[in-house]
Design a protein around this ligand. Structure first.
Ligand SMILES: Nc1ncnc2c1ncn2[C@@H]1O[C@H](COP(=O)(O)OP(=O)(O)OP(=O)(O)O)[C@@H](O)[C@H]1O
Ligand SMILES: [Mg+2]
Length: 293
């Protein structure tokens, strides 16, 4: 068994030999992720791509602490993740707002719960604290391009795009150092999607949180990422489960065809190769890089 390597503080997220498998039938187990090693430094904007079912959401949920690895361990800011921590903001793949709370109620819930226990809310300081949280909630709403009056609406009174803006505002309320976003923009129309991509990039440039962002969209990945990770399923050698087929640092966030020409096109090719399975992708990418030199 591999020895656990001690994570450093500068390493924001340390995924150490992580495997995940589920029972499939009485005796069988289905491996989803197979011995994944991944170090993410503080301030990186990592975009995770990969075929459907290869374990992207599972990886994100493990970093959050919602799910535990079958083998290996995950460390966040130097600590082993054992349960859901307050340090990560999370925008899940499906809409996640509490339906019986207004937008403002949804935004204020996290900070209120973290700041005061139920009994503590009887203390005199709670009213002032609540006012501050409400002001912050309005600021976040406006930042996401929503109106103050939207704060009084319930989730079902909002469009999908508005709900997603609220979900992002909610994740940002606690000013997390780590932001985990699972296909956060996938359900949006192209215009809203572009504007939210720009907004997310601005937030990252301003405060440099560590972001792990899952998407199926290569253009979105190349626009946002400082590093792209592609998971691909193994298909040969008697092993199953996904591994990291491509781990590429980009010269700057916002890689575009205009500024990076051939490098951009090569990367798109490499990402596409990953859909052919782990072994084939690794071999063909190595061959392409060999011929490029
Ligand atoms: N609790 C569970 N029990 C059994 N199987 C599970 C469980 N959670 C996830 N899986 C399986 O693990 C695999 C990976 O799921 P995951 O949701 O992480 O994939 P994904 O890469 O996010 O896919 P998509 O792109 O479709 O969102 C799937 O085959 C799924 O059925
Ligand atoms: Mg998913």
């Amino acid at each position: 068994m591999a020895l656990s390597t001690a994570p450093t503080v500068a390493t924001s997220i340390h995924v150490d030999q992580v495997s995940v498998s589920y029972a499939a039938g009485k005796r069988e187990r289905k491996t989803i992720l197979d011995e994944i090693d991944l170090d993410i430094a503080a301030g990186e904007f990592v975009v995770v791509l990969g075929e459907t079912g290869c374990g992207k959401s599972t990886l994100l949920r493990m970093i959050l602490g919602q799910e535990r690895p079958t083998k290996g361990a995950i460390h966040v800011a130097g600590r082993t993740v054992e349960r859901v921590g307050a340090g990560c903001g999370y925008v899940p793949q499906k809409y996640s707002l509490f339906p019986d709370r207004t937008v403002l109620g949804n935004l204020m819930m996290g900070p209120e719960t973290a700041g005061y226990h139920i009994l503590g809310r009887l203390r005199p300081g709670f009213r002032a604290f609540r006012r501050q949280v409400r002001d912050k909630a309005y600021q976040q709403l406006e930042r996401m391009g929503l109106q103050r009056s939207d704060g009084d609406k319930y989730p079902h009174q909002l469009s999908g795009g508005m709900q997603q803006r609220v979900a992002i505002a909610q994740a940002l309320m606690m000013k997390p150092k780590i932001l985990l976003m699972d296909e956060a923009f996938s359900a949006l129309d192209p215009g809203t999607r572009t504007s939210l991509q720009r907004m997310l990039r601005e937030i990252w440039l301003e405060t440099r949180p560590t972001i792990v962002f899952v998407t199926h969209n290569t253009a979105e990945a190349l626009f946002l990422a400082t590093r792209i990770i592609v998971l691909a399923k193994q298909t040969t050698g008697g092993r199953s489960g996904a591994k990291i087929a491509l781990d590429m640092r980009l010269p700057d966030a916002g890689m575009s065809l205009k500024h990076h020409g051939q490098a951009f096109l090569d990367l798109v090719d490499h990402i596409e190769l990953c859909s052919q399975g782990f072994e084939s992708a690794v071999e063909r990418i190595a061959n392409l890089e060999g011929t490029a030199r």
